[in-house]
Design a protein around this ligand. Sequence first.
Ligand code: ZN
Length: 431
Amino acid sequence: MRYFDQATETMSRERLAVLQIEKLQTMLAELWGRNAFYTDKLKKAGVGPDEVRSLSDLSRLPLTTKHELTADQAAHPPFGTNLTYPPEAYIRYHQTSGTTGAPLRVLDTEESWDWWGRCWGYVLSGAGLTAADRLFSAFSFGPFIGFWSAVEGARKIGAMMIPGGGRDSPQRLELMRESGATALCCTPTYALRLAEVAREKNFDLHALPVRATIHAGEPGANVPATKRRIEESWGAKCYDHAGASEVGAHSFECEAQPGGIHIIESEFIVEVLDPATAQAVEPGARGELVITNLGRLGFPILRYRTGDVVQVNTDPCVCGRTFARFQGGLLGRADDMITVRGVNVFPSAVENIIRRFREVDEFRVTVHTMRHMDEMDVEVELVEDADPNTVAAIGQAIDTMLAFRPNVRLVPRGTLPRFELKAKRFHVQRG
Ligand SMILES: [Zn+2]
């Protein structure tokens, strides 16, 4: 079993809690009086930096929302006031995709950028990668942070990084072959897209020495049917990972693949709250992930409401790590849950059903209301020479699992959009 930092990853949970509180205290002392955004928030909450003595004091600290951060940047353009140091201390600029409102700009100092790299070191070592690996990044580099930090992670473990930007899918496959890539880093969607292109070009993916695919940028590698599809297509093990520009790369899947992702608890404190009351749920219950990062002092985040729904499992993992894990990965986003005829559905549940059908290359789901009734339209693109009964079988499978019958329709190949980053396959149209 590979570790990035074995001593930390296998430390007792009691020691881990001590480490967390020490780092939190250091962070609060550092930002107090320097970081205007958090100094102001702490003063309003009536908490001084010396008053947090154990993890049970965490609930006295104020929560942070994305809206607060973007509103602060709008009021104090361009970077807002969540900066602990003067502008010249920062060396990296990134921003969120802005799919839900204005993008949030995030800055990193030399020190915090190094921290991002270490967090990705856990992700890559967790997937069993070593200095002998060659990691191919099938991505064109823009202001999205995810793949940049993967580059830093590869450097931390001494792996060779092969950038795959500025070229189309067939050229990327060719570059992977020529360079002897052993691992692939991209979105789950794009791993399937590359597999689709390989099939069309008679390019044998199984002839590549790729042994691991590591995913960032969107969920999918935690959807069992999608994960299986990626593994079968590539003849490699598929690894999930989760993070966010606002907080950092916070969790990763280990080689034991226990059906969840480990939280890098030496660098993050995780809480699970009831989204309605903002109170902690019972241990092991589902709720909203609220996260505090401990190593990004230049752009710190205290108790950030991610909107992600998670369930934390602290049982020992066969890999030997004591880091708790999110059972099933990020289960969905609280605001993504759709209600169809009274049934609450996460998009990932629908994806898991559709991806079980090997003939499906791409799909799009639209939920709308017709004559006061919820309807779900599913458009599918199938592989060449697919069994014509597949369309009806998908409708039946969704009906069986979710207790409503969607309208499944076959569309010609190439109709539906393809994505490199942040696939959007679910649409809700309600008048
Ligand atoms: Zn594990």
